[in-house]
Design a protein around this ligand. Structure first.
Ligand code: RIB
Ligand code: CA
Length: 321
């Protein structure tokens, strides 16, 4: 905060322009706050995923209000995947998609219901924008199909999704599993692509000390987020062995762009399995040393400085305390 109480944006005048396409979702909420502070967040688009579209859109509007930034617009998008049936994840995020805190009703609802047009128009007007899908990739895939020029106008696409193991099935991560056909379009679009897989995001866990670091920020926003993270970690700890808190997946796709020095990455060829009784939604990441392996189409994030990344999240929250 500046001396006179104005919200102090990240001082980086070269902030990266991005659109967050999300399905809030606890970790989506953290990603929104991180992007609002560390990047130039041009807008939020919502998709069905962790909860039905009306809930993820409602939740995005709630987070926008918590940010205290009425200029930030929310545009709802796809209520269902391209081909697969809708399959939410209430068991992780609760029926509301953002269980665990007493959240205020949003001051206003979504500013638009055509996420695809918002993405296309914004990226045509502002070349060099990053698209950051952190829910099922339905909106982004539809935008790429509707506007063949989009791919060359983007700086790139940074996704949270996939991995060498799954969470929704043994081999499929939720965002990819929920809409594998959309993911296949995104991984095949041909431009710069950054991938934050589960292998990476499980390195950024909301442990009790990290949640306390959020709560210690004080103010209005931080305690609410600490409560949300406590709920989120509770569901993960109840369902998973060998972890110390919920992996906070989505902000990784944002902070890998704004703070690349905190992440290690490897160029890999990645394709999506779109059908298969046991493998639908699997990301097939080619890690062979074979010289004639297919050329890399993705920068796969492999490790991060978790404490430094968590501090970026705390800093973003503190900037809106
Ligand atoms: O598998 C984790 C992903 O699915 C995250 O984006 C989470 O928010 C859910 O959308
Ligand atoms: Ca998400």
């Amino acid at each position: 905060m500046t001396g006179d109480g104005d919200v102090c944006q990240d001082p980086d005048v070269n902030a990266i322009p991005m659109i967050l396409d999300c399905d809030p979702g606890h970790d989506d909420a953290i990603a929104i706050i991180a992007a609002a502070h560390h990047a130039e967040l041009l807008g939020i688009t919502t998709v069905a995923g962790n909860a039905p579209l009306e809930r993820t859109t409602f939740n995005a509007c709630v987070v926008r209000d918590l940010l205290g930034d009425p200029s930030l617009t929310v545009h709802s998008g796809a209520a269902r995947p391209l081909v697969a049936p809708p399959r939410p994840a209430a068991h992780i995020h609760g029926e509301s998609g953002l269980d665990g805190a007493d959240l205020p009703e949003p001051v206003r609802g979504a500013d638009g219901d055509d996420a695809v047009s918002f993405i296309i128009e914004t990226c045509r007007a502002r070349e060099g924008t990053w698209l950051v899908p952190i829910g099922p990739f339905t909106n982004v895939a539809m935008a790429l199909r509707a506007a063949p020029d989009l791919g060359r106008r983007l700086a790139g696409i940074s996704v949270m999704g996939g991995g060498t193991f799954g969470n929704r099935t043994a081999c499929a991560e939720f965002n990819i599993w929920a809409d594998p056909h959309a993911a296949d379009i995104v991984f095949g679009y041909g431009g710069p692509l950054v991938m934050a897989p589960l292998d990476l995001t499980f390195q950024l866990q909301a442990t009790a000390p990290r949640i306390e670091a959020v709560r210690d920020v004080g103010g209005v926003l931080a305690p609410v987020l600490a409560d949300l993270l406590t709920f989120f970690s509770g569901t993960y700890l109840g369902r998973n062995e060998g972890i110390d808190g919920a992996p906070v997946h989505d902000p990784c796709a944002v902070l890998a762009l704004t703070h690349p020095h905190l992440f290690e990455r490897a160029p890999r060829h990645v394709v999506v399995e779109t059908y298969g009784e046991h493998t639908a939604g699997m990301t097939v990441i080619d890690r062979r040393r074979l010289r004639e392996r297919p050329p890399a189409n993705t920068d796969v994030l492999v490790s991060l400085d978790a404490d430094a990344v968590w501090q970026l999240i705390v800093d973003a929250i503190a900037s809106r305390a």
